[in-house]
Ligand binder design. Structure first.
Ligand code: BGC
Length: 812
């Protein structure tokens, strides 16, 4: 697939960028000559060649131009190295998102950065060869996190890291670690959760897995990049407490436990300053407090009209991506004019050199272009199966003895409704998509377990999909570049009563798949995206009444990367399975769960509200994305909830809000059904020095083997300031427990992790008093608890990133 993204981004972001782009060609020529002259002078001397032990020597040998060049990427579409100055050269890896520049004089190679996070995003088909370069489509972030299984996520990371390596890339741009502040964010599918602890540990597991293969990650988007509308300049205005306790916390856990090679600074502003030139964020917090020692790279913006590049260098951004010659020039000029200290440049160049010596490309790794896709298909299938969440499983209308609808057994033929049954989504749109070798849809998945689908209905849908895909090629809005990256959503078709009756004759059950697609650059709308469309609702009620009249069950599969509305239609159906966007093996995983070959053990990592507007962030969240994303007028504006966002809900994001304020939800955070039942007993808590150990015994009391998750929520004593009623502080998953089998899980919490951010004194503070440790099967299903007295403790932090104006906080 052709990646035209940047051309389009720049076209709609701002006319200024276009002008900058146009002047670059001219400036590039001047700079080329300048660099040519400099290198002639320097090349007369003996230049050291980079190795792990001579970083200081190489740094000392570099010209200012070379240093500036190393801090600016080699361009989006494959200009190579200081070759960026010499004209277009062959791409190193087709379809990779970017490169760093080579400086051959000093033995510095280009390194290659490819997109993620659901797998390696590169071009599968290439002009100069018949060989294919498909990459495994792994589950999206929400699906992986729903496994609550860090070991499994680590294994997925290993497979992704291996494909990164074997396809000649040095860094994969993931994991995505932003919080689900609103169910409407277009990129929620790439992120893990509304909870920072879960996000942090999932991210850390992924980073450890990927980096165990000798390649790096770029954890993104640092930070508070929770909306896509006006994403390159929206100002996220929030309290230091919400920032520290929620939006940065996941990154902090991941940095401390995963040691990522790189982090990507996000497009947006935070309290008035771009994340990309925010010294408080990139240096004072990230490096000084968390001891991060990798490189920070910008998200793919180029030179901004309202922010000089050199201020990004000062702030601690080591690499400007994708990189334009005007940025190199900006850095050089700033040094010459005395605005930028050469020490800042040297610090960042040193970071870059330390990064480069770790890369496979520097080490001369001979990549095969042949990762083991078959082995990785097994890994993706395991993780997608374990990430699926069973929301509902009522008694089947076909059972005379009160058996649940799922698992189905002995069925030979079902009727599959919904376009996405046949055009199953493996992943989302945009940079986060993967060019997968295949997608197992519902027809294929069911066939693999011996269940066929009614032929007439299958034919109708298949023909429609072929037609709709052709039509879309002509019809689509050219500004929507992301429709070329991944599988776009096709409109649902009308299913007439006759059609339903026809299918009902042969089918033993109806399965309706409702699909949702989303991607970067655009947020989701409430109507038709979070909510079901009229056509979908009609389809559910028509199919349900016909099948129920005949005593046959109706099962709904949600093939969506993020949350949807369920309350208005769930009573009409017998079972609901959230399959997410589970990667290329999706249909097989769904079939395994439906037939009981696998027992579902996924749990929601975000609240499923009754209505999208129940989230307190809604009033500060864009409600009409199409207008906001593609209108210059609004982009230049100052509209609340679009161009700036007040985090009035503050620390009350997700369950922290619903649970504290006793609001009803459709499905709570942590919820997920199983085909078996579990008993939780012996909740104990003990403290040794600053470590708190929580333990619980979980017993499988049902009839089939299954896994369960223990979720530890903590209620803090009443201290100086308000806190959510419960916060997740630890979790663990059992092994597969046979009926009657039990396992005692032990989870450790550091006392520091009980701290809240004390804004008045810029410190983390653990209030003294009695803390209650509750072990639950969801935030709303606490099974047992134990309490512990904890002493007060504090830890100083930098007083940075404070809001510039009043925020009208929900917190008193
Ligand atoms: C996205 C990043 C992505 C980068 C490179 C940006 O537009 O926000 O997530 O890694 O492009 O493709």
């Amino acid at each position: 697939m052709v990646k035209k993204k940047n051309i389009v981004i720049f076209a709609y972001i701002n006319l200024n960028y276009l002008l900058i782009e146009m002047t670059m060609m001219y400036k590039k020529t001047i700079l080329t000559i300048a660099m040519g002259l400099t290198s002639t002078v320097v090349m007369a001397q003996e230049a050291p060649k980079l190795n792990e032990n001579n970083i200081e020597e190489v740094l000392a040998a570099m010209t200012l131009e070379e240093k500036a060049q190393l801090l600016v990427g080699g361009g989006n579409d494959g200009f190579v190295g200081s070759g960026a100055m010499l004209g277009r050269q062959k791409k190193i890896v087709a379809g990779a998102a970017g490169i760093t520049v080579a400086i051959p004089r000093l033995g510095i190679p280009s390194t290659v950065l490819c997109d993620g996070p659901a797998g390696v995003h590169i071009d599968a088909l290439r002009d100069d060869t018949d060989q294919t370069f498909y990459a495994t489509g792994f589950p999206v972030g929400t699906c992986l996190a729903s496994t609550w299984n860090t070991e499994l996520v680590r294994q997925v990371g290993e497979a992704i890291g291996n494909e990164t390596l074997e396809y000649g890339c040095d860094v994969i741009l993931g994991p995505g670690m932003n919080l689900h502040r609103s169910p409407l964010c277009g990129r929620n599918f790439e992120y893990y959760s509304e909870d920072p602890l879960l996000t942090g540990f999932m991210g850390a597991a992924m980073v450890q897995g990927i980096q165990s293969q000798g390649v790096g990650v770029s954890a993104k988007h640092f930070a508070v990049n929770s909306q896509e509308s006006d994403r390159v300049r929206v100002d996220e205005r929030l309290s230091q407490r919400a920032l520290r306790e929620l939006y940065l916390r996941g990154f902090e856990i991941m940095v401390r436990n995963g040691n990522p090679w790189t982090i990507m600074s996000s497009y947006n502003k935070i309290n008035g300053t771009y994340a990309q030139n925010n010294k408080g964020l990139l240096t004072d917090i990230l490096r000084d407090e968390w001891n991060f020692d990798g490189i920070v790279m910008t998200d793919w913006i180029g030179k901004r009209s309202d922010m000089p590049t050199y201020t990004e260098v000062q702030a601690g951004n080591d690499l400007m991506m994708p990189g334009y010659p005007a940025q190199v020039e900006d850095i050089i000029t700033a040094v010459n004019e005395g605005k930028l200290d050469i020490k800042d440049i040297d610090r960042n160049v040193r970071n870059m050199l330390k990064y480069i010596v770790k890369t496979p490309r520097f080490k001369g790794y001979k990549y095969s272009n042949k990762p083991d896709l078959e082995a990785h298909a097994q890994i993706t299938r395991q993780s997608s199966t374990e990430g699926m969440v069973l929301l509902k499983n009522d008694v089947s209308p076909a059972s005379s003895v009160g058996e649940a609808t799922l698992p189905i057994s002995g069925m030979k033929m079902v009727a599959l409704f919904g376009v996405n049954s046949y055009d199953f989504f493996s992943g989302g749109l945009g940079s986060g998509c993967v060019n997968v070798p295949y997608v197992v849809d519902m027809v294929a998945g069911l066939k693999n377990v011996g269940i066929s689908t009614t032929p007439q209905l299958t034919k109708i849908y298949r023909n429609y999909i072929a037609y709709a895909k052709e039509k879309l090629k002509v019809d689509k809005n050219p500004e929507m570049w992301f429709l070329d990256q991944g599988q776009p959503k096709l409109d649902e078709i009308e299913i007439t009563e006759r059609c339903v009756q026809d299918a009902l004759k042969e089918a033993e059950a109806a399965i309706i798949t409702i699909g949702r697609q989303a991607g970067e650059g655009i947020d989701r709308q409430i109507e038709g995206e979070f909510n079901l469309t009229i056509e979908e609702k009609e389809m559910i009620s028509r199919v349900s009444s016909a099948f129920h009249m005949a005593g046959k069950p109706v099962i709904v599969i949600l093939n969506s990367g993020s949350v949807m509305e369920t309350a208005s239609w769930r009573d009409q159906v017998d079972a609901i399975l959230v399959a997410w966007q589970p990667g290329e093996e999706g249909g097989n995983s769904v079939a395994d769960v439906l037939t009981g070959k696998a027992n579902p053990s996924g749990k929601l990592t975000m609240t499923w509200p009754l209505a999208a507007a129940d989230h307190p962030s809604t009033k500060n969240f864009p409600q009409n994305p199409e207008v906001y994303n593609f209108s210059d007028k609004v982009l230049g504006g100052n509209m609340k909830g679009v161009n700036y966002s007040l985090h009035e809900e503050d620390i009350y994001v997700g369950y922290r809000y619903f649970d504290t304020f006793n609001k009803n939800v459709a499905y709570p955070f942590g919820f997920g059904l199983s085909y078996t039942s579990f008993d939780f007993s012996n909740v104990k808590v003990a403290k040794k020095e600053n470590k708190i150990e929580v333990s619980v015994t979980i017993k499988n009391t049902g009839k089939v083997t299954g896994k369960e998750v223990a979720q530890v929520y903590v209620t803090a004593p009443k201290g100086d300031y308000e806190k959510p009623s419960k916060e997740l502080k630890a979790f663990a998953k059992t092994k597969a427990l046979a009926p009657g089998e039990s396992q005692t899980l032990k989870m450790t919490i550091d006392t520091n992790d009980l701290a809240s951010f004390d804004e008045a004194n810029s410190q983390w503070k653990v209030d003294a008093g009695k803390y209650t440790f509750m072990v639950g099967a969801s935030v709303a299903d606490i099974k047992g608890s134990a309490a512990l007295q904890i002493a007060e403790s504090t830890k100083k932090a930098n007083d940075v990133m404070a809001p510039q104006a009043s925020l009208n906080l929900l917190r008193q």
